[in-house]
Design a protein around this ligand. Structure first.
Ligand code: PLP
Length: 413
């Protein structure tokens, strides 16, 4: 039972793939006094963060910031572009894709849910959801839709329930190859600022993200990055929308203000996060995540356990899903680790509940916190009676010691 008088010392190990640990520097910035959201100071802050966040999405076009969790930004993307009964093609990459599909249905859209149909011969009992989006399935479906009834293709960039990424550029390519006018909408809630993401280059119409993952902020803020085409489609889209409506927000944002009270202190945090990402350089941030992910995977492989992602080409740099041996309850192992070592790991969600757990390696972390994470996992797995092939901690140490981080120096402005 949870003892509320239990006060562990040191930092809790928050190794879930979001919310990720918030840097002290951001917490301090957020502790500044709340100011008048119609005053002159606020406009300066507003313009700064609205400009800065565009660089993170790699877009020249407007980014809308909502005082809402990522789920709100999912709804905003659909409500601004779709009409009742519209047909949307979605891809079942994992639990988050499934939640988005459920939401689209609740909004009165007709959803079609594609999924990988193959079998894992090497691991017939392994849980599903082990691969990224198969763009050829989307192409095949779009080519059959000669009347262009499909209005949007919706995919998840970094599936946080599994640790599998998807090739978004490939999805844009097949939409173009099919000469299909459907909008491309991408959930990069856990991908942004940790995994390579390019809103403009990849021709995404609406990108959806949130504050509590790669951006290292607390939960409560989310984003829609738009394309000119999405803004055009909005004008004739008929789903009811008021709070989520892009038009008024984009209009007022041109002066750094919002039509309602935005979450001022989270915007202080965003301003600080943008400064931190800018100073490090986004390329360095992405390389750092790739290196951490490789170090953690080396550890999982040394344990002799299977990584949830079955395709090395699309391993997530943000988190690693670890499948536990048949007959073991992954949540019991997580609970043991929490109680004994004060570390939170991600639970298996939906179809993979109990079959796997997730190690978050994103945002405000370093080699040694990740080694502590691996040590907590290794001790917990052994205490749970799981026979490990070898020491994952040793393998992760070897990886980090032998792979120095490659810092990309920024060109002088
Ligand atoms: C976290 C997450 C969500 C849900 O965001 P909330 O902030 O919990 O509403 C949706 N999609 C993905 C891929 C996520 O990682």
């Amino acid at each position: 039972m949870l003892d509320l008088d239990f006060h562990p010392t040191g930092h809790h190990f928050l190794q879930i793939p979001g919310p990720s640990p918030v840097p002290d520097r951001i917490l301090r910035a957020m502790s500044l006094p709340t100011i008048d959201h119609r005053g002159p100071e606020f406009g300066v802050l507003g313009l700064k963060v609205l400009k800065g966040i565009k660089a993170i999405f790699k877009t020249q076009h407007p980014v809308v910031i909502y005082p809402a969790s990522g789920t709100g930004a999912w709804e905003a993307a659909l409500a601004n572009t779709m009409s009742p009964g519209d047909h949307v093609l979605m891809y079942e990459s994992g639990h988050f894709a499934s939640l988005w599909q459920k939401m689209a249905t609740r909004l009165g859209l007709t959803t079609e849910f594609l999924a990988w149909q193959g079998k894992d011969d090497a691991l017939p009992n392994a849980p599903s959801w082990r691969r990224g989006v198969q763009a050829d399935l989307i192409e095949e479906r779009l080519k059959k839709d000669t009347e262009h009834r499909i209005k949007a293709v919706c995919v998840v960039h970094n599936e946080t329930s599994t640790g599998v990424t998807s090739d978004i550029a490939a999805v844009r390519e097949v939409i173009d190859a099919a000469k299909h006018p459907a909008l491309l909408m991408v959930d990069t809630i856990s991908g942004l600022a940790s995994a390579d993401y390019r809103h403009d280059d990849w021709g995404v119409d609406v990108s959806i993200s949130g504050s509590q993952k790669g951006l290292m902020l607390p939960p409560g803020m989310s984003f829609n990055a738009l394309s000119p085409r999405a803004l055009e489609v909005m004008k004739t889209a008929k789903l009811p929308r008021a709070f989520w409506a892009w038009d008024e927000i984009v209009e007022m944002n041109t002066t750094g203000y919002w039509p309602y009270t935005p979450n001022t202190n989270l915007l202080y945090g965003l301003s600080e996060a943008l400064d931190m990402l800018e100073a490090e350089g986004l390329d360095n941030v992405l390389a750092r995540h790739q290196r951490w992910a490789a170090g953690v995977r080396a550890g999982v492989e040394a344990w002799g356990l299977t990584i949830q992602c079955a395709d090395p080409g699309v391993y997530s740099p943000v988190l690693t899903g670890v499948i536990v041996p048949d007959g073991v309850d992954a949540d019991a192992v997580r609970r043991l680790i929490y109680e004994r070592f004060d570390m939170s790991l991600g639970t298996g969600l939906g179809k993979v509940k109990g079959r796997m757990f997730r190690i978050g390696h994103l945002g405000f972390s370093n080699d040694l916190t990740l080694l502590g994470t691996m040590a907590g996992c290794e001790m917990g797995l052994k205490l749970a009676g799981i026979k490990l092939a070898g020491s994952g901690v040793q393998a992760s140490m070897d990886y980090f010691a032998s792979h120095t981080s490659q810092v990309v120096l920024k060109k002088a402005a």
